[in-house]
Ligand binder design. Structure first.
Ligand SMILES: NC(=O)c1ccc[n+]([C@@H]2O[C@H](COP(=O)([O-])OP(=O)(O)OC[C@H]3O[C@@H](n4cnc5c(N)ncnc54)[C@H](O)[C@@H]3O)[C@@H](O)[C@H]2O)c1
Length: 387
């Protein structure tokens, strides 16, 4: 058996490929990103992935990355892991469908085609229609790992399996049983909704704390302390998240896909998006109310610029959104991030602290936990993270 993963150099495709290779399967990672392909073939990871590097090195004989799509026609199994972006708050469906236009002539009905990206409901059936009736070996098996932890999480998570035919379901179960402990079979629409509901559920939860945070700030109360008191010894409150930027290429994007699919009937989706996306503007408004005309004379430092803690990924980061907003307002703003090391103008964290009058935690990286912020600096720490 050999597998081609399309989008194989990405955050989902690469760890999945490594796990299959580790089970003795020959894996081709087809991707348009030339630089990532080159790095993988040099046994380097193009991004942070826990335990990924060692396992890639160990299996280097079975993993080959390429920008040439011809391997698709020679594979028994093809897994699609490309992005499913949103554009102007709407799913960019063309991006995903264009791939199938590009590869249609390389696909054969006897191959198993597994769609793994988080898709707009109905997409899997549309792909079946586009490829033709003979292509019944199509399954939708959504990825549910947390970014950066695929290698350790995937084997522990049950895998949702759905398919156009029983044969597609059986073959997909067999495939995922190699790397997961359990599979759960559902209809295609259920699988599509399970994936989107999972991310929307998390996103809505974060929006509750973010709204509480804004309410508290407007009342002159610290939400992180209030939350600690709310949770202490009171089991029913224990799952309330901290406030913080709910960002990145998944939660906002998948809530937007669902909102777009359900139109007016998904009111929580719309409201949570509004709340979460508003945080950078709320922070800007807070600063302008506090410092008034003096704000232009202050240097604002953003500590952590990635979309969440302990990764190097800046896609759809609200910390970057905040940085750009402050720049547009013609304010002096600088940033530091221990992980996004390739970004231009990335300052050392100690330099950032000494240069800034105002410090905003943008991503609560573990490396900042014990950092000391001098008392004369104005600190905004949404997460209540710094010790
Ligand atoms: N990142 C996560 O934590 C996560 C978790 C669960 C599900 N997902 C979903 O998985 C999918 C992929 O996400 P990701 O974070 O891995 O994205 P990514 O951008 O890291 O990876 C996608 C890869 O696909 C490649 N690509 C794009 N179009 C291509 C084409 N036409 N041909 C060949 N290669 C192409 C890109 O170069 C990129 O390397 C998305 O639908 C996402 O919502 C992501």
């Amino acid at each position: 058996m050999n597998i081609t993963i399309i989008g194989g150099a990405g955050h989902i495709g690469l760890p999945l490929g490594i796990l299959f290779a580790n089970k003795g399967i020959n894996v081709t990672l087809y991707d348009k990103n030339y630089y990532a392909v080159k790095e993988i073939n040099n046994s380097q990871l193009p991004f942070m992935e826990d335990k990924g590097k060692e396992l890639l090195k160990k299996n280097k004989k079975r993993i080959f990355a390429t920008t040439n799509k011809n391997s698709i026609s020679k594979s028994d199994i093809i897994i699609v892991c490309i992005g499913t972006p949103v554009k102007n708050n709407k799913p960019d469906l063309l991006f995903f469908f264009n791939l199938f236009r590009e590869i249609k002539t390389l696909l054969k009905p006897n191959q198993l085609l597994v769609i793994r990206s988080s898709i707009y409901p109905g997409t899997c059936k549309k792909i079946h229609q586009f490829l033709g009736k003979k292509f019944t070996n199509i399954s939708y098996c959504p990825e549910r790992v947390v970014q950066g932890k695929s290698i350790s999480e995937l084997p522990k998570l049950p895998q949702i399996i759905s398919g156009i035919s029983d044969e597609a379901i059986k073959k997909s179960q067999k495939l995922f049983n190699l790397i997961c402990k359990k599979t759960i079979v559902t209809s295609i629409l259920e699988a599509e909704l399970i994936k989107l509901f999972s991310n929307a559920w998390r996103y809505i939860n974060f929006s509750i704390s973010n709204e509480f945070y804004m309410i508290c700030e407007n009342l002159g109360i610290k939400f992180d302390q209030l939350r600690k008191n709310m949770v202490e010894g009171y089991e029913r409150n224990k799952n309330i998240p901290t406030a913080g930027f709910a960002a990145g290429p998944c939660l906002y994007k998948d809530t937007t896909q669902l909102t777009s699919y359900l139109k007016k009937s998904f009111s929580l989706g719309k409201v949570s998006t509004k709340i979460n996306q508003r945080l950078p503007y709320f922070i800007y408004k807070q600063l302008s109310n506090k410092f008034k005309n003096n704000l232009k004379k202050k240097t604002i430092g953003i500590l952590g610029i990635t979309f969440k803690a302990d990764i190097d990924d800046t896609r759809d980061s609200l910390a970057i959104e905040l940085f750009n907003l402050l720049k547009r307002k013609k304010l002096k703003v600088i940033f530091s991030d221990d992980y996004a090391s390739t970004l231009k103008n990335n300052l050392n964290k100690n330099k950032l602290i000494s240069k800034s009058d105002i410090i905003i935690v943008g991503a609560p990286h573990k490396a900042y936990k014990k950092i000391r912020i001098p008392k004369n600096k104005y600190l905004i720490d949404l997460w209540g993270f710094l010790e």
